[in-house]
Design a protein around this ligand. Sequence first.
Ligand SMILES: C[C@H](O)[C@H](O)[C@H]1CNC2=NC(N)=NC(=O)C2=N1
Length: 98
Amino acid sequence: MTIEQLSEADRAEALDALDEWDFEEAREAITRSFTFADFSQAFAFMTRVALLAEKADHHPEWSNVWNRVDILLTTHDAGGLSHRDIDMAEAIDALVEP
Ligand SMILES: C[C@H](O)[C@H](O)[C@H]1CNC2=NC(N)=NC(=O)C2=N1
């Protein structure tokens, strides 16, 4: 299965709409940090993201420290950012900003 990296123009357009996400040039990835009231809330969020990831077969690189969850999205199969990352970022945002 071939997944194409986004062109610079498509990337710029997508990032424009994803206010809360930062582009990390070195990793060809987007990142966002989420903070919750406590660990329980953070882990509940991670559970929901995990289900999205399995459904989409697209998985985040992430870490959790107590109430914080740091997420990095990139497409390993494409060697950089693809529409899959944008779709996943939008789906994750929808969990916290309904
Ligand atoms: C075989 C399986 O479809 C692939 O390895 C999927 C799984 N999840 C993935 N997740 C991410 N972030 N990038 C990928 O390229 C990727 N590939």
